[in-house]
Ligand binder design. Structure first.
Ligand code: 5AD
Length: 351
């Protein structure tokens, strides 16, 4: 797909014409990855973070947040729940937490792989090559690292340098992950203050260039305990090129991501469901997405994993979420996936 075409869709305001985009994305999804919706059990294992990302509630500077780190036993209990609920994958996610050492995560991954049939996805931030290699060796299958925005100036503004930290090139880390044999996932936030339509077009081109196996995108949601919430009043009245952090814009980016990377696994994200709790997931699933990530984090921790406020599904148990989900998938003519739900892009690359 040409960049001009992507840009035109991003700017399209006519809902009837956008209907064509939804249909094209849905057909492409059906053709390349079929009607199964893969379920990934999300376990947020720690909300400690050493980074100072301007948008995120877990940032080190947020002293009003109570911090937690799950024990190995608690994490394993969640993975057993994922198996019982019939999920094929568990996703271990955390802030950038140095106490989650190379050895500790490697040990955890080995145990999950030995004791369950689950695929293991890690989403633990920017880590040393040695960590990433050790975890792959221990059996981790996939790694998620969003590059957040391909606009370098905006990226650096959102990830200010601190002692011992310089903003990195996350696409280079994604390249290293790929060479290690991981399925790689990335993505961006939509409607970051200062983000313009051209930036989003570049982001989508970048998805294609990286040949991503997984793509997660969601709207930027303002967190009051972050500098970004104060620096920019929302919506910025003066800038007509500012991308809105809207539900509609999120669907556009998801649909275009499907067209750019037809074989990728694309979730209907929690951030999207936060904007539209009633039908955000369903609308995402008929506009390009083929994955849902039910939250299996124990409820007492879940509210503390506050990357943004008011997250959808904050109070639900994994089991309750699952029961509802089955019916909701059936209602849109889809079915929960069986097996691990590996990326068909990855399989093609390997064969
Ligand atoms: N709004 C929306 N998404 C956010 N993330 C972090 N903070 C926010 C926010 N305020 C997203 C980032 C990160 C992922 C785990 O959550 O894209 O990579």
């Amino acid at each position: 797909m040409h960049r001009d075409e992507i840009l035109a869709w991003l700017c399209e305001g006519d809902l009837a014409r956008l209907g064509d985009l939804w249909q094209l994305a849905d057909r492409t999804r059906q053709h390349y990855v079929g009607g199964e919706v893969h379920l990934r059990g999300l376990v947020e294992i720690s909300n400690h973070c050493v980074r100072w990302c301007g948008y995120c509630g877990l940032r080190a500077g947020n002293h009003s947040l109570h911090r937690y780190r799950m024990t190995d036993g608690e994490i394993l209990a969640c993975t057993r729940e994922a198996v019982e609920l019939g999920y094929g994958t568990v996703v271990l996610q955390a802030g950038e937490d140095p106490e989650l050492t190379r050895d500790r995560i490697a040990g955890m991954v080995s145990r999950i792989k030995a004791e369950t049939p689950l695929a293991v996805t890690l989403s633990l931030g920017e880590r040393e090559d040695g960590d990433l290699a050790a975890w792959r060796e221990a059996g981790a299958d996939r790694y998620l690292l969003r590059f957040e925005t391909s606009n370098r100036a905006l990226y650096e503004q959102l990830h200010p340098p601190r002692t011992g930290y310089r903003p990195t090139d996350r696409t280079a880390i994604l390249g290293a992950l790929r060479r290690l044999g991981y399925e790689i996932g990335s993505g961006v936030m939509i409607g970051l203050p200062g983000q313009i339509y051209d930036d989003l077009a570049d982001d989508l081109m970048c998805f294609g260039r990286l040949g991503l196996d997984m793509i997660g995108v969601g709207p930027y949601l303002r967190h009051p305990q972050t500098p970004l919430a104060d620096r920019h009043r929302w919506p910025p009245a003066s800038n007509v090129e500012q991308v809105p952090a809207s539900e509609l814009m999120t669907y556009k980016v998801m649909a275009l991501a499907r067209l750019v990377c037809p074989r990728a696994n694309i979730p209907a994200t929690t951030a999207l469901a936060t904007l539209n709790p009633r039908e955000g997931h369903e609308l995402g699933l008929v506009r390009g997405a083929n994955v849902v990530m039910p939250n299996l984090t124990p409820p007492r921790y879940r509210a503390l994993y506050e990357i943004y406020p008011g997250r959808a599904g904050e109070a639900e148990t994994g089991e309750a979420c699952c029961r509802g989900l089955d019916q909701r998938l059936r209602a849109i003519g889809r079915r929960p996936g069986r097996g691990r739900g590996d990326s068909s892009n990855y399989q093609m690359r390997r064969s």
